[in-house]
Design a protein. Structure first.
Length: 386
């Protein structure tokens, strides 16, 4: 135990030196879409800041003293370095002792195509701007990842937990290099897909970014039980464009993570056309047509390997030692309350300490606004001194 603590302390000190040396030497990123194309990357270091430029218009958080678009390093599924885009918002005023605590926010589903990244299509996630602004007003820096492969080269591994979690954590390291006034006290938050990513980040943090002191995690209607739900798709023969499109994204994500599954070769002819649009369009509804979830794959194909791969990213199997706040709307028809109930039970059984709150009459899109006040109160209650 003592040796582990010493190693963690040395890593934290080394990273603090690196962050301090980067202050004032941040490269200005190129204009336009060239910003999202990183230079040659090598090595296994992660969380390094590549370059920045000012962030404005709809993607900016108004209560901030500064908003920055950033490109930073993470590590992909293949173990190689990868560039990831995101944003940093700095609160107004002077930081407290130990630096500003930081909320690292994981966004909900926007699509897989590069133009669907929140920093490239900010209208997709403006529904959370006021709520994230409340965190800024409360004295938290707010950082938001676009996730690996979303906006930047490579295919976004939708609902693949490890890569999402790494993106959520590494942007905090990058933010601390940009502004050393940002401290090591970290809160993780996210909605829907982002709730799934937030839980993964909470589970990975102690080993992936040991210098960061995760205080608590807030997950709003987090996606869970993906394997169980995927197995039910074959029974859904009603035309449900939203479910069919979402299923296409889920299978595209695991297909990109594990090409050996050869999922594209198992699709029905009509689904193959829809599948192609996952990489070019943010909304798949116009392309679903009469395709039902049950018609995604050819008849009698064995999807067991795909289900197993999806199950490896299910957050109900995680062990999370830091406090959790989970918020679920009772009228949610995207992330069903029954699955979040089961998630709460599974995580509690594995030792997690959870404050699980239901919000009557609240749907999927409304849960962030409905629960942000409670999430902030939860954060304040778990905010340790710097």
């Amino acid at each position: 135990m003592r040796r582990t603590a010493v190693v963690s302390a040395l890593l934290a000190a080394a990273f603090a030196v690196a962050a301090g040396s980067a202050s004032g030497k941040v490269a200005n990123g190129p204009s336009g879409l060239a910003f999202y194309k990183p230079p040659h990357l090598s090595g296994k270091a992660h969380g390094g800041l590549i370059w920045v430029r000012k962030l404005s218009k709809a993607a900016a958080l108004k209560p901030a003293s500064a908003n920055e678009l950033v490109l930073y390093r993470s590590i992909g599924e293949d173990g190689k370095p990868i560039g990831v885009s995101g944003s940093i918002a700095i609160p107004r005023g002077k930081p407290p002792k130990g630096g500003w605590p930081v909320l690292t926010w994981a966004h909900g589903t926007t699509g897989i195509a590069d133009q669907c990244a929140p920093t490239r299509d900010p209208q997709a996630t403006t529904y959370t701007n006021a709520d994230l602004g409340a965190w800024l007003k409360a004295g938290f820096a707010v950082v938001r990842t676009d996730y690996q492969g979303l906006g930047t080269p490579g295919t976004h591994l939708y609902l693949v937990g490890q890569e999402e979690g790494r993106s959520v954590l590494d942007i905090v390291r990058a933010a601390r290099q940009f502004d050393p006034r940002i401290g090591t006290r970290v809160f993780i938050g996210g909605h829907s897909q982002g709730g799934h990513a937030a839980l993964w980040a909470a589970a990975l943090a102690s080993k992936w970014t040991p210098e960061l002191k995760v205080q608590a995690t807030t997950a709003f209607a987090p996606a869970s039980h993906i394997e169980d739900q995927a197995k039910l798709l074959g029974q859904l023969q009603n035309n449900s464009p939203g479910i069919t499109g979402l299923a296409a994204l889920i299978f595209r994500g695991i297909d990109a993570a594990q090409p050996s599954l050869h999922l594209a070769s198992l699709l029905s002819p009509q689904a193959a056309t829809l599948y192609a649009h996952t990489l070019t369009d943010c909304s798949l509804a116009p392309f679903v047509g009469s395709l039902t979830p049950a018609d995604l794959f050819q008849k009698n194909v064995d999807l067991t390997p795909a289900y197993t791969a999806l199950g490896k990213s299910d957050p109900e199997h995680l062990k999370i030692k830091t406090p959790l706040f989970i918020a679920q709307g009772t009228d949610d028809t995207t992330v069903f309350p029954t699955f979040t109930d089961q998630l709460d039970q599974a995580l509690t059984a594995s030792g997690s300490k959870i404050d699980y709150q239901h919000y009557a009459g609240v749907d999927h899109g409304g849960i962030v606004a409905a629960a942000t006040k409670d999430a902030l109160a939860f954060a304040r209650a778990h905010l340790k001194r710097g």
